[in-house]
Design a protein around this ligand. Structure first.
Ligand code: 13P
Length: 265
């Protein structure tokens, strides 16, 4: 049984005040909900990914809370003359546990290539303390042209060709259709499930064990009102949340939807 993951990608939003309030507020709500549940425990993982200046504070605030901290990006290089970049060792030293890789905003706005994403993924495996969350997904034009599976397969292949299937033994995949990000238009549960099933089947062709174990989370306009439908799908193991991760009520609401799904299973 895969453990659900609810991850918040704060993008370039936030402040010190928000970091403290959000982490304490979400922790309080999710722990209350877990206490009231049949399981009496939080049976899923929660992650927040603030901007780099708030990572250290977020780690401090989440100490002894059921919330991990991740970064939104990392360099593929260990150290050196790379002005503005942040290395995996630095993130690990701060206490980060995950890093987002290849978010569509980085691919499109900062020209991050499949090759760079694969190098960053590979660096995470070498480093081994930080779990990569590989973001993949098609644009609206690609979906309309019937290319969704080809695009997602190519983005996956770029990483598999570099690290092999075993690289996914300790990784997360985030399927984020670009047309659903920040638009309020979410993929239907069936659309999302179809792509998640495709991703899992592709990995299954290389290792059934890894395909069954890898968490594939969905991102794109997830809100408390649609989270339960999305996360009830067989191959959807949680979410990568943008806008709705910036407020306690909406992020905790999404976490509570997961708690309810766990209770039903
Ligand atoms: P929204 O939830 O705001 O659509 O953003 C999704 C996303 O890009 C998470 O990485």
């Amino acid at each position: 049984m895969r453990r659900f993951l609810v991850a918040g990608n704060w993008k370039m939003h936030g402040s010190s005040e928000m970091t403290a309030d959000l982490i304490s507020g979400v922790a309080r709500r999710v722990l209350d909900a877990a206490r009231l549940s049949e399981q009496k425990e939080l049976g899923y993982d929660i992650l927040v990914c603030p901007s780099a200046p708030y990572l250290s504070q977020a780690v401090d605030c989440s100490e002894s809370q059921p919330i991990s901290v991740g970064a939104q990006n990392v360099s593929q290089f260990d150290s050196g003359a790379y002005t503005g970049e942040i290395s995996l060792s630095m993130l690990a030293e701060l206490g980060c546990k995950y890093v987002l890789l290849g978010h569509s905003e980085r691919r499109m706005l900062f020209n991050e290539s499949d090759k760079e994403v694969a190098e960053k993924f590979s660096a995470c495996l070498d480093h081994s303390l930080i779990v990569p969350i590989l973001c993949i997904g098609e644009t609206l034009a690609q979906r309309q042209a019937g290319q969704t599976e080809d695009v997602v397969a190519a983005q996956l292949d770029a990483v598999i060709d570099t690290v092999g299937i075993t690289g996914f033994a300790n990784a997360v995949i985030a399927y984020e259709p670009v047309w659903a990000i920040g638009t309020g238009e979410t993929a239907s549960p069936e659309q999302a499930q179809d792509v998640h099933a495709f991703i899992r089947a592709k990995l299954d062709g290389l290792s059934a064990e890894i395909a069954q174990a890898v968490r594939i989370v969905y991102g794109g306009s997830v809100k408390p009102s649609n989270a339960d439908e999305q996360f009830a799908q067989k191959d959807i193991d949680g979410g990568l949340i943008g806008g709705a991760s910036l407020q306690v009520s909406s992020f905790a609401g999404i976490c509570e939807a997961v708690q309810k799904i766990i209770e039903k299973t």
